[in-house]
Design a protein around this ligand. Sequence first.
Ligand code: NAD
Ligand code: TYD
Length: 355
Amino acid sequence: MTILVSGGAGFIGGNFVLDWLRQGDERVINLDKLTYAGNLDTLRGLNGDNRHVFVHGDIGDRGLVDTLLATHQPRAVINFAAESHVDRSIHGPGDFIQTNVVGTFNLLEAVRGHWDGLPGDEKPAFRFLHVSTDEVYGTLSKDDAPFNELNRYEPNSPYSASKAASDHLVRAWHHTYGLPVLTTNCSNNYGPYHFPEKLIPLVILNALSGKNLPIYGDGQQIRDWLYVRDHCSAIRRVLEAGRVGETYNVGGWNEKPNLDVVHTICAILDELRPKADGTRYRDQIAFVKDRPGHDRRYAIDARKLERELGWKPEETFETGIRKTIEWYLGNQDWVQNVTSGAYREWVGKQYEVQL
Ligand code: NAD
Ligand code: TYD
């Protein structure tokens, strides 16, 4: 048996592939375009492991995806590939439309073509699992109930609008063509192998290198934080037992204002890696100009996933953030490769397109 994962050199996809192959031997075809966010160093431990086949390519490349599906006959496709950073989407939304909307459309069409041709007994067993975000639901005020699966879509950033569009396409491909899809909408992930443009890895690495810790606006924006390996276990569970055509919200039950997140990171670093000059990491905090259109609060009601599929996160924010910081402290090679840009030299050097 085989699964096809797209975006498996990114943060969540990379963790998913590593976790998947830790749990079993089912082969993974990993299709990734290796944008700035794709990092083969994350998958270094799989070099020479024939359960993992890396393919450098675009989900929007219909010919390539057709060939991959025909050659490897995966029983499921899990779509992680996306442009994922809100700030980048504000500066340049075009890539977000291209990958998240047009790319998802092309991927769905290729998958539909493949699925149409499957023998009768394989068709209902096939799955297309689309990984999406809570940001499609827009923003909450302090006292609003957390997002559940019935909330209206009200995306506010180019990123969330492009993800919302992709969710709608996935839904339509189920309702119109019968494609057996599943969608997950999760909150902010954190954990190992996270590219340091996002808040948590940025703050850890900036703190250690003596730089400012930039807090947008008043730092009172609230996010729900989900440890990435909990997210991976939720996806495995939805793939295994989710009801076709349904969406499942995935959250960590860990709502925190950004400033509290940064204070927690600083306190753990003070303990694990005290500064030589006796100052505290929180002294490096700098309040900077707010993000335009910044959503105030995200919160996830993940009870459907618990009720129907028995999934609950294992980590609290306190346990997960400590593990994350310890990982960054203990994996300086990975960090150096990312911060120096050396990870990009892996492209075309360590791996070749394999069909
Ligand atoms: P990421 O930016 O770290 O990784 C994205 C990966 O997709 C990269 O490896 C990149 O090279 C690849 N990619 C980009 N465009 C591609 C294309 N056209 N074809 C093939 N590969 C392409 O993102 P992530 O944080 O790992 O997020 C994975 C998914 O989860 C995304 O769909 C994102 O919207 C969603 N999500 C992420 C978070 C989060 O907190 N990180 C939260 C909710 C949802
Ligand atoms: P981010 O990690 O970019 O995720 P998202 O925007 O998808 O939630 O940001 C998390 C929160 O942290 C968000 O409210 C923006 C804020 N933030 C900062 O205050 N400073 C920063 O340097 C970054 C990158 C984010």
